[in-house]
Design a protein around this ligand. Sequence first.
Ligand code: SAH
Ligand code: SF4
Length: 415
Amino acid sequence: MPPQPQPRVARIANREIQGTATSHIKSRVSAALDQRDCAAVVTLAPLRVVKLSPDALAAPSNPIARLPAEWEECVRGWGEPAYRGKQIFDWIHRRGVLDPDEMSNIPKVLRVRMKEEGVGWPIEVVSAHESADRTKKLLVGMPDGERVETVLIPQLADPRIVTQCISSQVGCAMGCVFCASGVAGLKRQMTDAEIVAQVLLGRRELDPDQRIRNVVFMGMGEPLHNYDAVARSLVLLTHPDGIDLSKRRVTVSTSGLVTQIDRLGKDFDGQVQLAISLHAVRDEDRSKIMPVNRKHGLADLTDALRRYPMPKRQRFTIEYTLIKGVNDSVKDANGMVELLRGIPVKVNLIPMNPISASELQAPDSSHVMRFQEQLTRRGLSVFVRKTRGDDVAAACGQLAFHGQGPRRASRTEQG
Ligand code: SAH
Ligand code: SF4
């Protein structure tokens, strides 16, 4: 007798879909997705469904942050056919057209309704600065006058491929002593619409031959301290009918909010890339420069990484800002190797960008190289992030807080 095929299981939101034939499961998954508007990825062998269910999401803050099914429900309420909802989502997220008057296949009456609802740009570019290496920094203004930054960083090897660094909060509550956003404190959360609109604006600033392939939450703010808005923006950024970024190319960077790391792993099934700002390898040292460590110490943090549902062959990015005399000794390098043992990582070393509020500074470049060697010799993959956009004041949080006067500002490239 031929062997019986093993049943395979797909999960959508909290539902399981079982079957033996992959094609059968796929069609049932698609039907469920149409109904519930999960942005899912189904891959074969092994069959894997990534659940990004709106059930797990907080309501959108603004029409711009609606998913197709939410638009459908809305237009049905206005007495219009449901397919108009998909068309509107397509205009906003795939084509980047947020002005209803420019949505040429939408009837006038619906465009008027959308304008009454407040459909339009939730943010605007206040100023743009381009550096010699084509790194472009946008100062973004919001209706209440608050400002954040977003940076477009073309790859050195192929400038057509761009990484966009986006902000998730105005300022930051985490208080890291080496960071301009941390020193400033949290002014307010950004909304889901404001977060995602940075990418919609960013695309308009590209040259015709360029495209955004990676998005990193490494601008202003701690993304996991604004979980609901960030989660919805992740669904929107990766929605196949919209901006359609690959989840493997969206990186959330965190100072180590352990509970939210667990939640992100669960909600997105480990598919979103995670970067951890480590910056020190002993609790007493890390607590001095990163107050978050007093609540979630290194053992908690590394435990969270070990239980994160990381897909095979993927790695965490460990960010390590090198600060002279603080975290750059041989003992620190050895401590890092011990701490990260058994966790799949690549390490990005970032020589610290000086900020006006602190005397801390980067080690000299030969010291950075020696530190890198210590780690590579013991088996870690280590990149030193190159400084980019020196002439456009592009460091984390610095342009938006320009009044506080950065001494030297630069942006670093994702390694
Ligand atoms: N809040 C998140 C993401 C934003 S900060 C986090 O901390 O991970 C993005 C990265 O820039 C973090 O690794 C952060 O530690 C680093 N950073 C902040 N200020 C810096 C500075 N002055 N020099 C070098 N890196 C800095
Ligand atoms: Fe916030 Fe990240 Fe800056 Fe720390 S490094 S203060 S978590 S933005």
